[in-house]
Ligand binder design. Structure first.
Ligand SMILES: Nc1ncnc2c1ncn2[C@@H]1O[C@H](COP(=O)(O)OP(=O)(O)OP(=O)(O)O)[C@@H](O)[C@H]1O
Ligand SMILES: [Mg+2]
Length: 250
């Protein structure tokens, strides 16, 4: 007999009634959703609906005015939040790769583990090789970012995040600047991470990818979670707004 009441696994990310304004502009208007361990959540919605802001709030890059956000056990809304501890648990990748141009691929990846986690150079180099092989770029370790394609640079940016061994990965339109072939390479890496059980939240315009890989789709409209469900909801939208969005997006 179990000694405790069985409860569902506590979510890795939990937003509850989150409100965020920039001045008079209300951008998040009571946003609530949970992401469980190993889940892949895709946030979709038209430009300006608050997707990036939601992601930035989850990573404490923005402060919220109302509501609560829990991320890997950190209370993001708490003014006493330990940001350094949060950064160790959460990786974020943006549309722009933000690699240091004067450092090789390997040096870019070694930077945070040596500075933040105090790994030795040798340990960090082994780690860099490992995460680079994970994204299929072991052969590029000694190249400089400008010698790589956009898709390869983005995979290096993902590898750099993975080197911190995050519990949660956030992706904000990481393929938007890439042509279709390079987009495919990056999506493949993300799909592999999903299959390996990484908890991920991604803002994406790649509807086919969301449908296939996401266990949860969050459709945002006017700063609210307008509709949420599994990837299948994209085949059977319940609101005229989502129907119109999908109609435009495909
Ligand atoms: N730092 C800021 N200061 C003022 N307004 C902002 C700021 N960041 C975002 N906004 C505004 O908040 C709204 C939501 O922006 P957000 O970037 O979250 O949208 P989005 O859904 O990610 O859009 P897109 O698909 O274009 O990336 C927009 O109207 C935007 O102009
Ligand atoms: Mg955005």
């Amino acid at each position: 007999m179990s000694s405790t009441l069985s409860s569902p696994l506590s979510p890795v990310v939990s937003l509850s009634n989150v409100h965020k304004s920039f001045g008079a502009l209300k951008v998040l208007d009571g946003v609530s959703f949970d992401v469980g361990v190993g889940e892949v959540a895709a946030i979709i919605g038209q430009s300006g609906s608050g997707k990036s802001t939601a992601l930035r709030c989850i990573n404490a890059l923005e402060t919220i005015q109302q509501g609560t956000i829990q991320v890997c056990g950190h209370a993001i809304h708490d003014p006493a939040l330990d940001r350094r501890a949060l950064r160790r648990d959460v990786g974020i990748v943006f549309q722009s790769y933000n690699l240091f141009p004067h450092l090789t691929v390997e040096q870019n990846i070694m930077l945070a583990p040596t500075c933040v986690k105090a790994l030795s150079k040798g340990e960090a180099r082994d780690l860099a090789r490992e995460v680079l092989s994970h994204v299929g770029l072991e052969a590029k370790a000694d190249q400089y970012p400008e010698q790589l394609s956009g898709g390869q640079q983005q995979r290096v940016a993902i590898a750099r995040s993975l080197a911190m061994r995050p519990k949660l990965m956030l992706f904000d339109e990481v393929t938007s600047a890439l042509d279709p072939q390079l987009t495919g390479e990056v999506l493949k890496v993300m799909e592999t991470l999903a299959r390996e059980g990484m908890t991920m939240i991604l803002v994406t315009h790649e509807m086919a990818f969301a449908r296939k890989v996401a266990s949860k789709v969050v459709y945002m409209h006017q700063g609210r979670v307008w509709e949420t469900g599994t990837g299948a909801m994209l085949d059977d939208p319940q609101t005229p707004e989502l129907r119109a969005f999908i109609g435009n997006g495909l």
